[in-house]
Design a protein around this ligand. Structure first.
Ligand code: HEC
Ligand code: CU
Length: 477
């Protein structure tokens, strides 16, 4: 089986080479290919683009290392790695190259491991040839027949566990004509991790097989740790530089909705293949898959890498930063202005029902809906952040303002709370609260409008307050 594969690979390679080189076909067959040793660097860095125009015999020495290190600040985990890093060391070859892969399983490791490269044409992708116990070295060769960005991973049983512990990386098979020049290249992979303790629970955490089977990751992170690409580890670029990111998902389970907040991908070589889509916001990358994204930051500041399945980003670690340096460009991105709404501005954007009624009505009648609109605007921009957009609150944290028995008992007194803030215990609809509501910096009209809005629209009550009454309350304070 192995022999057959090798034979046919050589035949194919020879004909491919001849086809490529055409007239200058005096070029040698495989045994005479120049031998190059693959340079291995730690992610997010990777070997430079290939400049040679002919095939080579590339020797790759990958060492499996089982290492204990932080998965989050103060949380340790035992990773299994290709080359000591998660993701494993990036391999970069050229279409038509012969790759001689050496896998070393260090004597101090506890388990057998192997490698399956998706860039290989042949059953198992090298898994059988490289399955070795600690203290051994395995070697096999394959011809990189098809260009693309491919995932490699350990394929030793239980495979899901080996991958979940960090055993994956990327191999780029560059097309024969090479890749377009860019200013910066980065290497990022997303992976899901399953620990017995909760997210950021301190100490050494064991792998949790049941959580893995249930596909309920404790961590979803870039480059093997919460914070691997933030703070001092942030990626960097200058405005107007062309950035290429080789992005992969090791998994074992979770598909990424890969997005960078604050930029648009100029090009996405989706699924790591040879075609690209332009002007993309978010690209979906499956477990065991990849994408090459290219973009050009234009203005200074932080771009944020996320899995746009956002609780993974904000609650499981899938966040990275790319810090962009350069001068401000207000024509592309301005700093913006914020100011309170005036009654006239609100009247302009008053909802349709008011307009219909106002058509042939007297001004006095039209005033009520605009006050209502103002109350809603004040609510949306000042209260909704805590009491929620639907005013139902958050049980035990922020009391509801809609259907609040507390509010309904003395609605007019609620202006005191808005003016002065409130803390201490309080019971709304039978639920106890003990929070802090900060005093709201609003004028008399706004306070009257928001209280009347809450009373009429959210509690089936009457308007209860005029701006003058609020002004009097303010004086008494
Ligand atoms: C920063 C969060 C926050 C904001 C913003 C906020 N509130 Fe509150 N609010 C609270 C908390 C917390 C309580 C409960 C305080 C306590 O436990 O004593 C509360 C209580 C109240 C209550 C009494 C309880 C009830 O449910 O009837 C009213 C009325 C109220 N807020 C109105 C408002 C209005 C109107 C606004 C906007 C103008 C607003 N709040 C903005 C946090 C907030
Ligand atoms: Cu393994």
């Amino acid at each position: 089986m192995k022999k057959n594969f090798k034979l046919s690979a050589v035949t194919l390679a020879t004909s491919a080479l001849l086809a490529l080189i055409g007239a200058t076909a005096a070029v040698a067959a495989e045994p005479e290919l120049p031998v190059i040793t693959q340079e291995l660097v730690a992610p997010p860095q990777l070997p430079p683009p290939i400049t040679r125009k002919t095939a080579a015999h590339v020797v790759v020495n990958l060492t499996v290392e089982e290492v204990e290190r932080e998965i989050a600040p103060g949380t340790r985990y035992t990773f299994w790695t290709f080359g000591g890093t998660v993701p494993g060391k990036f391999i970069r070859v050229r279409e038509g190259d012969t790759v001689e892969l050496h896998l070393l399983n260090l004597p101090d490791n506890k388990l057998p491991h192997n490698i399956d490269l998706h860039a290989v044409t042949g059953p198992g992708g090298g898994a059988a040839q490289t399955l070795i116990a600690p203290g051994n070295e395995a070697t096999f060769t394959f011809k990189a027949l098809q260009s693309g960005l491919y995932v490699y991973h350990c394929a030793t049983a239980p495979v899901g566990m080996h991958v979940a512990n960090g055993m994956y990386g990327l191999i780029m098979v560059e097309p024969k004509e090479g890749m377009a020049k860019v200013d910066k290249e980065y290497y990022v992979m997303q992976g899901d991790f399953y620990t017995e303790g909760n997210y950021r629970a301190p100490g050494l955490q064991n792998f949790d097989m049941q959580k893995a089977i249930d596909e309920k990751p404790t961590y979803v992170v870039f480059n093997g740790a919460d914070g691997a690409l933030t703070g001092a580890n942030s990626l960097t670029a200058k405005a107007d530089e062309k950035v290429r990111m080789f992005f992969g998902v090791g998994g074992p389970n979770i598909t990424s909705s890969f997005h960078i907040i604050g930029t648009i991908f100029d090009k996405v070589y989706f699924e790591g293949g040879t075609k690209y889509q332009e002007n993309v916001q978010t690209t979906m990358v499956p477990a065991g898959g990849s994408a090459i994204v290219e973009f050009t930051p234009r203005v200074p500041g932080n771009l944020t890498l996320v899995d746009h399945s956002l609780t993974r980003a904000f609650n499981k670690g899938a966040i990275g930063l790319l810090s962009v340096a350069g001068p401000d460009k207000p024509d592309i991105y301005s700093k913006g202005i914020k100011k309170p709404l005036t009654a006239a501005a609100v009247a302009k954007v008053a909802p349709a029902p008011a307009k219909a009624a106002a058509k042939d009505a007297k001004p006095a009648v039209a005033a009520a809906p605009s006050v209502h609109a103002r109350g809603k605007a004040v609510y949306d921009s000042n209260c909704a952040v805590c009491h929620q957009a639907d005013a139902k609150g958050v049980a035990g944290v922020f009391p509801p303002l809609a259907h609040s028995d507390f509010f309904q008992q003395r609605p007019y007194e609620m202006a005191h709370i808005v003016l002065n803030g409130r803390s201490g215990t309080l019971v709304v609809n039978g639920q106890k609260y003990n929070g802090v509501m900060p005093a709201q910096d609003l004028n008399d009209e706004d306070i009257s409008a928001v209280i009347n809005y809450i009373s009429v629209e959210l509690n089936e009550g009457q308007p209860v307050l005029t701006p003058e009454q609020v002004r009097d309350m303010r004086k008494k304070r």
